[in-house]
Design a protein around this ligand. Sequence first.
Ligand code: GLP
Length: 245
Amino acid sequence: MKTKIFKDYEELSTNTANEILAVVQSNPMAMLCLASGDTPRLAYMLAAKRAKEGNIDFSRCTFVALDEWMGIPPANEGSCQFFLRRYLFDPLNIPERNINFFNAVSSDPDEECKKMNDVIARKGGIDLMIVGIGMNGHIGFNEPGQAFDQYAHVVDLDETSRTVAQKYFRESTQLSKGLTLGLRHMLEAKKVLLIASGLKKAEIIEKTMGEEISPKIPSTSIRNHPNGYVMLDKEAASLLSAKSM
Ligand code: GLP
């Protein structure tokens, strides 16, 4: 794992967009797994804009969503699906057959997880995975305590995640479970970028880099990835000491 620190959110986002474009240019049939959330928004907007300007063809890539709020339909603006469609898939006109989401309103969530596992396995794994980090160190919805060797699964959301997540919704929303790819998907991905921005993430980034690698802080798992990058702006990196980078 390597750490990269950028001047600010804009520079972090530009470099994240560069990584997305580079993977697609070198492998037009790549499988990408993308997080939703505030952090990657600008990177996706920039990637979509530059792909259009430079005629970079995303039409043969496969996309797999990282996670979803159980019970929240895709038309809800707070859903991960709504976010990815708005900022990336719609602007790029990605064919529907190449997009894989968890169906959050399915009566059989375990089957949804199996479906995602199968899609990823059939493609031979994820080429590029972009993840954010929760205030409690979650990756996707792998909350503290989740084992590193799991594939997709259903999770009981932490109090922290349920509270912080209200920022995505117009109205106060009852959230209790999530569907998520597992940390094993991340550890098996060919390349992973964990991106974080702002002072509010500085403390969990310090723990991610400095504390023992353990499910207590799921984000520490990225330190086991040989091609993992923790990409930060200066604020998110502000509590890191030279020795933990
Ligand atoms: C959310 C999502 C994650 C996301 C993380 C950070 O709850 N489940 O996939 O990466 O928390 O979100 P943000 O970028 O908004 O801080």
